[in-house]
Design a protein around this ligand. Structure first.
Ligand code: MTE
Length: 332
């Protein structure tokens, strides 16, 4: 990702950090507020909510810098059944490498340091507001949302605009399932996603006061309703670690990775193309659509090939990241 001139940081380079980590899962019983708050909608959510204290798991990564506690979540959700419709053409990326090579500018611009800087970030309780041009706006607790939605696992390729790539199993639900619940009005043309603003927990936000925080992204309604568009709450069969965008993020695998906004607080239906973080900062380099296209170079580098972050294998980049059969119809 290009660093704007005013940005205090710089990118060290496209090199994952080969450090040891091991994963330790343990039970963590805690009562969580599961009731929907505000809004008349989402009857499905209310109907399927689990009782408070029904059990959740906490996951920790222990490494050189100590223990990073991650999102708790209902322990019976993960791993979710895999949807075999979505096949990979390459091996799944090593989880340890993916967990230590992240873009999450709220914490730092250095990809190999994000995982060490997320400890203060509170991801629970976490409520998501779904509103704007919908018949049934709602604010829901993450746990309740997870229990109400059709959770599944999907193997997807991920292509960053910077040319690195990975292939990972996400756990989540189609965004279309949530949109059907809130019932978009006919006047809605786009969906706007908004992340968090907490400089006291996120050192990157604290240091960089000039970027247009909170991170925002957007899709057209047709893109949002496409079957590929996933809202992810998990990865590698467990809840999302903070560095991957806990507790809930977007995944649009035919677009460059910057569209896949992490740690979503608000989903809003609107009647215009919403402003987005990178498009606002550098419109000439990061367009709103951001569809993966090997034939359209970035102004400063080729997009013809990509490299896998664990094996360093270099591969030819595919149009729409190989998802043409799903999305070509969206673009005529
Ligand atoms: N979401 C937020 N809120 N902040 C970010 O900096 N970076 C984006 C995207 N979502 C980003 C974000 C970019 S550039 C990429 S490539 C992916 O997250 C990286 O996801 P990963 O770290 O889980 O691999």
């Amino acid at each position: 990702m290009h660093i704007p001139k005013h940005h205090p940081g710089w990118i060290r380079g496209l090199q994952p950090t080969p450090e040891e980590l091991y994963l330790n899962r343990r039970r963590f019983l805690q009562g969580l507020g599961l009731a929907a708050i505000g809004g008349a909608g989402l009857p499905l959510l209310g109907a399927q909510a689990a009782p408070p204290g029904s059990g959740s798991s906490v996951r920790e990564i222990q490494g050189a810098t100590g223990t990073v506690t991650q999102q708790t979540a209902p322990s019976d959700i993960y791993p979710a059944p895999r949807n075999e419709k979505f096949k990979l053409d390459r091996p799944i990326t090593d989880e340890r490498v993916a967990a230590r090579y992240n873009n999450f500018y709220e914490f730092t611009v250095e990809k190999d340091l994000v995982w060490m800087l997320v400890e203060k970030f509170r991801t629970e309780p976490w409520r998501i507001e779904i509103g704007g041009l919908v018949e049934k706006p709602a604010t829901v607790d993450l746990d309740e949302l997870i229990r109400a939605m059709p959770m599944e696992e999907r193997l997807y390729r991920h292509r960053c605009v910077e040319t690195w790539a990975m292939a990972v199993p996400w756990t989540g639900f189609p965004l279309s399932a949530l949109l059907k619940e809130v019932q978009p009005k006919n006047s809605a043309t786009h969906v706007r996603f908004v992340s968090f603003l907490r400089p006291e927990e996120a050192p990157g936000q604290a240091e960089d006061r000039r970027s247009p925080w909170p991170y925002q992204e957007g899709l057209t309604i047709a893109e949002a309703m496409n079957e590929l568009t996933l809202i992810a709450t998990g990865i590698y069969g467990h809840p999302l670690p903070k560095q991957h965008g806990a507790p809930i993020r977007l995944v649009t695998p035919w677009k460059y990775g910057f569209k896949s906004i992490k740690s979503i607080r608000k989903i809003e239906l609107v009647d215009h193309q919403p402003a987005t973080f990178w498009n606002t900062l550098i419109p000439d380099e990061y367009d709103f659509a951001a569809n993966v296209n090997p034939g359209k170079p970035h102004p400063r580098w080729s997009q013809a090939t990509e490299w896998m972050i664990d094996t360093r294998d270099r591969r030819k980049t595919l149009l729409y990241n190989g998802y043409k059969e799903f999305v070509a119809g969206l673009y005529g």
